[in-house]
Write a protein that binds this ligand. Sequence first.
Ligand code: GLN
Length: 533
Amino acid sequence: MARYIFVTGGVVSSLGKGLSSASLAYLLQSRGFKVRLRKLDPYLNVDPGTMSPFQHGEVFVTDDGAETDLDLGHYERFSGISAKQSDNITTGKIYSDVIRRERKGKYLGKTVQVIPHITNRIKEFINNDVSREDFVICEIGGTVGDIESLPFLEAIRQFSNEIGKKNTLFIHLTLVPYMRASDEIKTKPTQHSVKELRSIGIQPDIIICRSERSIPIDQRKKISLFCNVSIDDVIETVDVKTIYEAPISFNKEKLDERVLKFFKIKSRKKVNLSPWKKITKAVLNNKRTVHIAIIGKYVELKDAYKSLDEALTHGGIANNLKVNLVRIESDFLKPKDVKNKLKGVSGILIPGGFGKRGTEGKIAAVNYARKNKIPFLGICFGMQMAVIEFARNVIGLKDANSTEMSKSTKNPVISLMNDQLNVEEKGGTMRLGSWKCKLKKNSLAYSIYKKDLVSERHRHRYELNFKYNEKLNKLGMISSGTNPKTGLVEIVEIPSHSWFIGVQFHPEYQSTVKNPHPIFVSFVSACIKKNNQ
Ligand code: GLN
């Protein structure tokens, strides 16, 4: 039977619960156990698909087409396990499910209540689709004390009671601040947060203390005493220089050992930290830098392009260099300023995006990259911008556009294709998840993947309009990747340019440090070549 590890957070948000859970997953996996990672989000949206990246950061897409919290990206990148639909639930999903059942009369006239109906449904989700895992790590979003997270906390309390306390471990992650003025490390916020958790009926077994400096023994003793945990279960996590150091640092603090000790399980293998040591060294010691411009609507927000930032870092590591991202906010990028703003960059990347705002600046940036032979990678919306630019300036279709931006354009080079879904509803109406892509021999794409058939994750409504395929191909923008079933164009490239690729999918979702995505490795390599010219 699987053992469950619940990870809660206290004092403040953004403490790195996701990274802690992902690191623990790696450590347990490396010790020979089968692990599953799950995220329980207390917000009311059914999924984060309709949320602005400004609010919630990137939307991560799984192979099976779920739009999920960005923490699932961390999980995949650290553990290498492909996340599934069933690994992310939200209050919205639970409530809509319970209300649907209520409408169907499934509750047989009973009053439907948070306890037991909502909590039961949460418990069902926690237990759902688990097969032969040794550990299921469930991270509870939000901070203990939030109104929204209460049903989740109540549910995990009940769950622990039902499957047995010895089969469930509660980890609470808190902030232990350092007060510069008095040169002291303060434990009070942790004490209060644990008190709050205990008032709900949850006694943490391990407390992870996030701190900017190492926590002295006296303060650890205090946390142990007031929070009722053994001193060995007060684990500190001091800010690391790179996230790749996190598994090393948690192992040093014996987090994985304490977890196994709690469950009275022996390690099956010796933990292997060498990949992380190698990567940390590479990240911290790389002296060469390449400057790549990323032009998007949300570049100011750190988490809005999380997987993309990571994928570029992976591409950098594979090329033994550091990628410096020159973030350019597309809303303020006037076509006339493009040259000035992009001067000195060795590569240009336009990521995914939605809506009209800032598109003319992006199209001008594509034009600049195409004409000046600067390596260009267009991802999803970025590919669509590249097609529009080519149609306008090479084919001469001056009003070429996507119907997302202009419903009345005479040349909808990007549009909803026949078999697209009903787009009246904004939630859950996209081409989502993994789709196959057949590559054309002798193309740049083929030389990058070195395979005939690949599978990549999508998240979009609009597509390259078949009608323009021939014209594009004829004038030098070829489709080098297509979906074998539908014929939809998945990759375009310009063979007369040294490195110009647009992909309708999001390669960044599949990039991990262990397996950096070949598109990013090749893109960064092309940029460094440009740098050295
Ligand atoms: N807005 C575009 C579409 O829906 C692109 C989406 C994206 O970049 N993820 O097709």
